[in-house]
Design a binder for this molecule. Structure first.
Ligand SMILES: [Fe+2]
Length: 477
């Protein structure tokens, strides 16, 4: 049975197609419409997905009526354009699942775990903001829920807005800024906004409305540090509750909060094993809804599930470009499903050169303080970074053990957001790293997304030509 999963009317629409547990396609709307965090699916995305098969059923990631009631009675936002408007898909039987249930199913059914606790933390679903589920024998059962307005995600987003960034989009920038600040300066004050996991000062949907001090270039880094610290304290409290409530040793973590790679590392201290689906936010819920309808584990092989540029991985061309220019822009094969470029729509660079960070930041038109991430051959990970687990999807920030050798991929606080790669995961990328290693003794490259700040990742041939024309630089394919 072919199932089409859809999420939209949220801050990152997507579409997934599965056939008896095999993922045929999963892609983001923004990569086709070129509108960052596009709320709606579009014809091009649907056309790309449907070339792999025509669905027997459709799964939708949310209960639209319930969400409408919340928006009407308690505030918030959300569109109401029906996704099926004007298409033949309107004839296909469809089922709506709860927002947090779709998150939980996306995580549990793509994991290798039969028995695990599933935690979902985001800004808001229909009403739920924080939920705990038991996943066992392909059954996902709710064990605890916290409803709007108390919300981990809204707390983080409101402070993102307070320090002058875009809420629902630039939380990751605030997380990066936290490394530059002194958390102690604002810890007590920020903690009053979220003193324990059951209580917040007020509904943060309105933003932080009673901050009685000017936010400026000096103190915004300290505020970011305090917010990150308070978030981590509450996260650990919540995770401990989830562990005690379900008595399980494996964790599946989902929802937009699971994109906080600095905090995610702490989870390995609490659980024997952790799975965060590489697209844990709302964009991952088109796959979650499809999995919920399928009702069994699906065969998660890799995040390379989107638009297919085809081609062999251009190992030699990348190495040559890095030898000559220190930087190689790469677009090949299928696009990543999820916010991170993991080798197929990436800028790769020599991590040893201290000037590379500024050069890449200039290409991408990003703030100069922003750190870059390393991709490393998995077998060398514990030699270069303080980590005893794999990080194939760049989801964990860990201490770098040789920061002087690879300065361009180490944050000011001595940490790096690491992607580990083995042969099964991505042979082409592993071969590229292996070649770089044989030439330099360093099994690591800088890896960042192939896009300009605030714009979606490059997707197809047209995007490549446009980039090459605009920036007068070749993209390797
Ligand atoms: Fe969500």
């Amino acid at each position: 049975m072919i199932i089409l999963g859809i999420n939209e009317t949220t801050h990152d629409a997507s579409v997934s197609l599965i056939n008896n547990g095999k993922i045929l396609f999963a892609g983001h709307a923004e990569r086709y419409s070129k509108k960052k965090n596009d709320w709606f699916t579009n014809r091009e995305l649907l056309k790309d997905a449907l070339q792999y098969g025509w669905p027997d059923k459709i799964a939708y990631y949310e209960k639209p009526l319930l969400k409408k009631i919340r928006i009407k009675t308690r505030g918030g936002f959300g569109g109401d354009r029906p996704w099926f408007e004007g298409t033949d898909l309107v004839e296909i039987p469809r089922k709506n699942f709860g927002h947090h249930y779709s998150h939980a199913c996306a995580g549990y059914f793509t994991s290798k775990f039969d028995n695990a606790v599933i935690v979902v933390l985001d800004a808001i679903g229909e009403f739920n903001t924080s939920t705990i589920w038991s996943g066992i024998d392909n059954k996902v059962e709710l064990k605890y829920k916290q409803n709007y307005p108390v919300s981990f995600g809204l707390f983080y987003s409101a402070f993102t807005q307070l320090i002058g960034l875009m809420p629902n989009q630039e939380e990751y920038i605030m997380m990066g800024m936290a490394g530059y600040g002194d958390k102690d300066k604002y810890y007590k004050k920020v903690n009053e906004y979220f003193p324990n996991i059951y209580k917040q000062k007020y509904n943060f949907h309105k933003g932080i409305i009673d901050w009685n001090e000017e936010v400026n270039e000096e103190n915004k880094f300290d505020i970011a540090a305090a917010v990150q610290f308070v978030y981590e304290l509450r996260l650990i409290e919540f995770m401990n509750m989830a562990k005690n409530l379900t008595n399980k040793k494996r964790l599946v973590f989902m929802g937009g909060c699971a994109l906080n790679s600095s905090a995610n590392t702490l989870l390995w201290k609490l659980f024997d094993d952790v799975w965060i689906m590489p697209n844990p936010g709302d964009a991952g819920s088109s796959l979650g809804a499809a999995a919920a309808l399928y009702g069994k584990h699906i065969d998660w092989q890799s995040p390379y599930l989107g638009y297919d540029l085809g081609g062999e991985y251009p190992v030699d061309k990348i190495i040559k470009a890095i030898q000559v220019n220190k930087i190689a822009a790469v677009a090949t094969g299928k696009a990543e499903y999820g916010p991170r470029a993991l080798g197929n729509r990436s800028i790769l660079a020599d991590p040893r050169d201290p000037n590379i960070k500024d050069k890449v930041n200039l290409i991408k038109q990003r703030e100069l303080f922003r750190p870059f991430a390393p991709v490393i051959m998995e077998e060398f990970a514990s030699e270069w970074f303080d980590m005893s687990f794999k990080s194939p999807y760049m989801q964990y920030t860990v201490k770098c053990l040789k920061p002087n050798v690879i300065p361009s991929v180490v944050h000011v606080d001595g940490t790096s957001r690491v992607q580990t790669v083995n042969r099964e995961q991505h042979l082409g990328l592993w071969n590229t790293l292996n070649k770089f290693y044989s030439l330099t003794g360093v099994p690591i490259l800088l890896n960042t997304s192939l896009n300009i700040k605030g714009q979606p990742l490059l997707n197809d041939e047209k995007d490549i030509l446009e980039w090459e024309h605009t920036y007068k630089t070749e993209i390797i394919r």
